[in-house]
Design a protein around this ligand. Sequence first.
Ligand code: SF4
Length: 340
Amino acid sequence: MKTFNPQAIYFEKNICEYELGKELLKKYENIPKFEISNHNNIEEMRTKQNKEFPYMKQNLIIGTRKAHKFVPNHKVSDYLVPYTSSGCTAICLYCYLVCNFNKCSYLRLFVNREEMLNRILKASNKDFNQNNKESVFEIGSNSDLVLENTITGNLVWTINSFLSNPNQKGFLTFPTKFDMVDTILNLDHKGKIIVRVSVNPEDIINKVEFGTSRLSDRINAINKLSQAGYKIGILIAPVIFLDNWQELYGNLIKTLEDQLSPEVKKNVFFEVIFMTYSYVHIKINEEAFPNTINLYDKNKMTGRGRGKYMYKNELRKEGEKFFKEYLSKHFPNNKIVYIV
Ligand code: SF4
């Protein structure tokens, strides 16, 4: 995977009050910089045309995170936690961050990481003391922390800092589409980090997930992480119902069975998520990537409010049946946490 070299840095002035802020300013001292008052509202970016989307992704925005609301969740984690980044340098044509941030789904880094991790530590201790429960905190719902780690080292810092406290409680989890995991393999993670690697058929990665890691590299990363003692989940996500979806996903599941280590196969769990799409995606993708596949299929999709689309119920049911059957055939002892 190529190192990310930003074309320009947009930064909030107070980042130099933080250790990571200083580090990043030094690291990118030769890159053009523009001071901004708020990473949430960069007028110059908001007014850019949709077709400029891929160039906007070459910028790096650095600020501090101001909103810290934990959102209760009931899937793999107990809470979704805003953490050290949002957005990403890759371009997946369906990325839900695009629909949340419109054109502004470029990578934003937040340098007040001590404050954010302290909030998690406090919440995890509270849950343990009040409910005798070790909660799971999802720290990667707004970005890809494996990718971010190649720029900030934040994943290494987070795992070390989270687990260095002798009274530490709870677990951290994050999903990724990247394979650059070597820097976390030797950390003393104490089995309290759950890495969920997202996979798709290679054909879909090529056509839709630009700038992410190859399927074979993601599978290698899973095997390495498992060998290093990490708890592993596999997200088959998002499932895209192309015309030959059964063949594509059937082959994907067989490939996983063939290439995952016995250790992974013993313990891994699955999540399956069907793609959702939106009017914002349609507009940006047709203007920024006119030659790419059109993921909106009016025969297979239906509206679900506010310019958003999902696959029709009959297709979702067919998909659910397919994944249940295929996964239980090839991974008979593994849990499917949900199919949505
Ligand atoms: S890797 Fe994840 S965060 Fe980045 S563009 Fe793809 S879906 Fe979005």
